[in-house]
Design a protein around this ligand. Structure first.
Ligand SMILES: Nc1ncnc2c1ncn2[C@@H]1O[C@H](COP(=O)(O)OP(=O)(O)OP(=O)(O)O)[C@@H](O)[C@H]1O
Length: 473
């Protein structure tokens, strides 16, 4: 693959391989990204690449930039590095303040490279960043229009739309929770962007909870609580991300409580996100938890298959690429955990297609995602098979190990045994053991029976096909 790349892939024997790799990555990103984004976020990065090229550390000046780079660009940078080098390069993000400590520990041969001709990140004046990040900290790209709707986020989206259209009324506070990479941050930015589109003078602020913590600490140290209060208490809309980060931060919780009360009293709106529902939050004072829960609490679930397909097609289109539906289905079936991973897979496919100048097809997607797919294939376990088959035939997983014999249970159990033999490296006795301590001859009987019937019964063959696809991902 590497010989077909736009840049010759550096090898660890090049004089300064880290520098060459990072420069090639920058060149590629400069082509891929809008000039403004590249100049603002990527060019100023300071990179340190380990001698064996297995690890790249990017230094960023502050927490906000770190979160931003992680959310928006880290996946893309990692896949470009991987494509150029031909092997995965582990990407780390670190705050520039720690550079001196890291430098003293780093081996002398490590190359510390700046993005383009920018000043070192730790020396850049704060003003440069202040210019780059809008004061309300909203990302204009994260809107309702770019957020694909599906069963998984329908309720949260509807509530967020309502808040954006009529802030200060219903659902205050709006508390959105869900697992990583499911679109919580996107949704809160969408609320802010919509309100500003309707009312450009509205005072809106998006902030990550960690940034709020750091604001509290700073105003405590500098004795600037009046400014702090002025800033937060005068908002029309406060969007605060990942409030689970308030855990064990008493002073922050107190200040947030004050801000919360002040904002609600003046009918300003608060939208919060978290990785869990309010009562599931650990180490947060009860009075805050009960306030979090006093408006509307909605979950965002992992996206279902159709939604994943739509997200892929939409995101590809945003990059001016038409992704054939069958390819989107293939990817969506294989990448199931969250949207961020889906985006990562898409980036890999686009980069792979661009580098190799090949049309996007299932075969190309398979090649581009081969690491990810092989990990999944390796992960097929008997437990996984039992659960998938039980779900498919709507029986209990416990029936896989039970002694029950009715056909409605015995048959799915035989199918699961057959798949365990086909898809794992386990021996017949090992499989028997995992099916409630059955004898290996019982497993052998099941394997022979199902494989024989599969040749004759189209319906069974189809069911097995679906199960295999599901399990292989
Ligand atoms: N329904 C969706 N439609 C389009 N893009 C989406 C959707 N959901 C998530 N995304 C995209 O997926 C990526 C991850 O989403 P986001 O950062 O909002 O997740 P999150 O839930 O806040 O995750 P975390 O808890 O890790 O911060 C973003 O680039 C976002 O734009």
């Amino acid at each position: 693959m590497t010989e077909e790349l736009a840049h010759p892939a550096p090898s660890p024997s090049d004089p300064q391989p880290g520098q060459a790799l990072w420069q090639a990555c920058l060149d590629q990103l400069a082509q891929d990204l809008p000039a403004q984004q590249f100049a603002t976020w990527i060019k100023p990065l300071s990179a340190q690449i380990s001698e064996d090229l297995s690890r790249a550390t990017l230094y960023v000046p502050n927490r906000f930039t770190l979160d931003w780079i992680r959310a928006q660009y880290a996946g893309r940078i990692a896949s470009v590095l991987e494509l150029i080098y031909g092997q995965p390069v582990m990407l780390e993000l670190a705050l520039a303040q720690r550079v001196s400590a890291v430098r003293t520990q780093a081996p002398a041969a490590n190359s510390q490279v700046q993005g383009g001709d920018a000043a070192p990140a730790q020396q850049r004046p704060d003003e440069a960043q202040a210019n780059a990040v809008p004061r309300n900290r909203l990302n204009p790209a994260l809107t309702f229009e770019t957020l694909v709707e599906g069963t998984a986020n329908r309720m949260a989206r509807a509530a967020a739309m309502h808040v954006a259209g009529m802030p200060g009324h219903l659902y205050n506070p709006l508390f959105i929770y869900g697992g990583v990479g499911l679109g919580k941050t996107h949704l809160v930015h969408a609320v802010g962007n919509k309100l500003l589109a309707d009312r450009p003078n509205a005072k809106v602020l998006y902030i990550h909870a960690e940034q709020f913590v750091s604001d509290v600490v700073k105003s405590y140290q500098r004795k600037t609580f009046d400014e702090f209060k002025q800033r937060y208490h005068s908002l029309d809309l406060l969007l605060i991300d990942d409030v689970q980060f308030f855990a064990n931060k008493d002073r922050t919780q107190e200040e947030f409580f004050n801000a919360f009360e002040a904002l609600l009293a003046k009918k300003s709106h608060i939208v919060m996100t978290s990785d869990t529902y309010p009562k599931g939050l650990a180490d947060i004072h009860e009075r805050l938890v009960s306030r979090f829960d006093s408006g509307l609490t909605v979950a965002i679930e992992p996206p279902e298959l159709e939604m994943r397909v739509a997200i892929l097609i939409n995101k590809a289109r945003a990059e001016n690429v038409e992704m054939p539906e069958e390819v989107a289905f293939f990817v969506a079936k294989n990448v199931r955990s969250n949207v961020r991973e889906l985006e990562g897979a898409l980036r890999k496919i686009l980069a792979y297609s661009r580098f190799n100048q090949k049309e996007i097809s299932i075969q190309l997607a398979r090649e581009a995602l081969r690491d990810l797919l092989s990990i999944q294939n390796r992960q097929i376990s008997v437990e996984n098979i039992q659960k998938t088959v039980a779900d498919y035939y709507k029986i209990k997983v416990a029936d896989m190990y039970s002694k029950k014999r009715p056909a409605s249970i015995a048959r799915p159990r035989q199918i699961a045994m057959y798949l365990a033999k086909e898809l794992t490296q386990k021996s017949l006795p090992e499989i028997g053991e995992l099916f409630g301590g059955r004898d290996h001859t019982t497993v052998l009987h099941a394997v022979r029976k199902i494989s024989g019937e599969r040749q004759q019964l189209t319906e069974l063959n189809q069911q097995l096909h679906v199960l295999e696809q599901t399990l292989k991902g």
